[in-house]
Design a protein around this ligand. Structure first.
Ligand code: NAI
Length: 453
């Protein structure tokens, strides 16, 4: 008998198991593939290893602008991949060590829900049954594969790849076509263009980077175009044949030939064959709805991470998992979604938190916005030739509080948490003006922007 059974060992599952184990609960975690889930094995972490190599390469080829002459810089893809695997192994090993430290029993099998009996929830894996007083569903998400003509065959034949296979390619494709100009598409396009692929991104909308602030999205697009990535916007993919993609734009069909295709048009919650219906857990189009305490409609059953379809980010999953464990432990905690940062790890990086001008207006805020180029930062100028980074701050005019910060430039992924903190703690603009930021740093542009309001 376990206090908590966790199904899924990704960021939601392993963090919940770790926190619950640390608090003294008897925990069992099921993971059918590898501890760490998509994030550690085929998402956040391996992609960052690749993108770091792309960044080093970029710096090397532009070295002479900074007085550093580097000849013959090139990416050795096999070496990059080897290093990536080493990084992943190290982190997966780290998660396993944490499970051990907190006495979490880990079973590397697919689990299914059998029933709820008088003792708790009955879970089966590899023909064995286990009972948990509480249950956490943390089964994550899978890539969306739409019914585009020929797509399924192209996936099966290995021409069309998802985030998993693109991170395992042993050779750099000569021509790579990316379907979807969202986060995965842009990050992978950035690596493969640096590695030598001819990369085309096909995006249905009239802009890339989804909900990102429009101006920041267009600065990003220009930066990526300078590196050689081609973008086809307002273009809808209608057919895939082997490595060739046919898209429709303004009623006209055009085919782009290529060696490999990356399909990155979003992800969907994964709950298939889990048996949720056996204990009455509600699902809506495969996602498990939860309340602010990570509770599902069934008492004792929680869900966290991508499976609830709310935010689909690893760091959201961490918090939802912690909220679940605190709720089990009767500790006061609840999930808030208004200050969750999001980052695109391209070069330059994009980072945002809170409301954009568009979403703030939709929600009825009376807003003031201010925008500064990053060249207001001495460090940015010292380190960046012809940089076009910006920071944009959205302020709730009624209460004089920051409700959104959006940035493109250097180090933004590392400083966005500070902006999240300002939003979460509802700091007033005047309070932030009294804070001392380190000089010279790029972060100073956030503070400096407030004096322009
Ligand atoms: P996404 O939702 O970010 O982007 C998908 C894009 O595909 C959208 O721009 C959409 O308009 C476009 N699209 C949809 N159907 C299309 C079609 N038929 N033809 C052309 N374009 C089409 O999804 P993505 O990039 O697959 O990422 C999945 C998830 O992974 C996201 O929820 C994201 O939060 C997460 N992720 C987060 C990262 C980060 O935080 N840095 C990195 C990678 C993934």
């Amino acid at each position: 008998m376990f206090d908590l059974i966790v199904i899924g060992g990704g960021p939601a599952g392993y963090v919940a198991a770790e926190r619950a184990g640390h608090a003294g609960l008897k925990v069992l975690l099921f993971e059918k593939r590898s501890l760490g889930g998509v994030c550690l094995n085929e998402g956040c972490i391996p992609s960052k290893a690749l993108l770091n190599s792309a960044k080093i390469y970029e710096k090397a080829i532009h070295g002479s602008q900074y007085g550093v002459e580097i000849e013959g810089a090139k990416i050795d893809h096999q070496k990059v991949m080897k290093r990536k695997s080493k990084v992943v192994d190290m982190l997966v090993g780290g998660v396993a060590a944490k499970m051990k430290k907190h006495k979490v029993k880990v079973i590397k099998e697919a689990a299914t829900i059998i029933e709820r009996n008088s003792e708790g929830f009955v879970i089966e894996a590899a023909s064995e049954q286990y009972i948990g007083k509480q249950l956490l569903i943390a089964t994550g998400s899978v890539p969306v594969v739409p019914g585009i003509l020929g797509l399924k065959d192209s996936v099966e034949a290995g021409y069309t790849l998802t985030n998993r296979e693109i991170l395992e390619l042993t050779e750099v494709p000569n021509k790579l076509t990316v379907i979807g100009g969202g986060v995965i598409g842009l990050e992978m396009a950035s690596y493969y263009v640096a590695a030598g692929s001819d990369v085309t991104v096909i995006e249905m909308l009239d802009h890339i980077a989804g909900q990102t602030d429009e101006e920041i999205g267009s600065i990003l697009k220009k930066s990526l175009e300078k590196k050689g990535i081609k973008f086809l916007l307002q273009s809808k993919v209608v057919e895939v044949k082997d490595g060739a993609v046919t898209y429709e734009k303004d009623g006209q069909q055009t085919t782009v030939d290529g060696d490999k295709i990356l399909l990155s048009i979003g992800r969907r919650a994964f709950t298939e064959e889990l048996g949720l219906e056996k204990i009455g857990v509600e699902t809506i189009r495969g996602t498990v709805p939860t309340d602010a305490f990570s509770r599902t409609n069934i008492s004792g059953v929680f869900a966290a991470g991508d499976v609830n379809g709310k935010s689909m980010l690893a760091h959201t999953a961490y918090r939802e998992a912690e909220v679940c464990v605190n709720t089990i432990l009767n500790k006061k905690d609840y999930m808030r979604y208004s200050a969750i940062p999001s980052v695109i790890y391209t070069y330059p990086e994009v980072a945002s938190v809170g409301e954009t001008e568009v979403t703030a207006k939709e929600k009825g805020y009376d807003i003031k916005t201010v925008q500064l180029p990053m060249i207001y930062s001495g460090r940015y100028i010292a380190e960046t030739e012809k940089g076009d980074g910006i920071v944009k701050v959205v302020v709730d005019a009624k209460y004089d509080r920051i409700i959104g910060v959006h940035m493109i430039g250097s180090y933004v992924s590392e400083m966005i948490y500070g902006a999240g903190l300002m939003i979460e703690t509802e700091l007033k603009v005047d309070d932030i003006k009294e804070l001392v930021f380190p000089h010279p740093t790029v972060s100073e542009v956030i503070r400096e922007a407030l004096f322009e309001l």
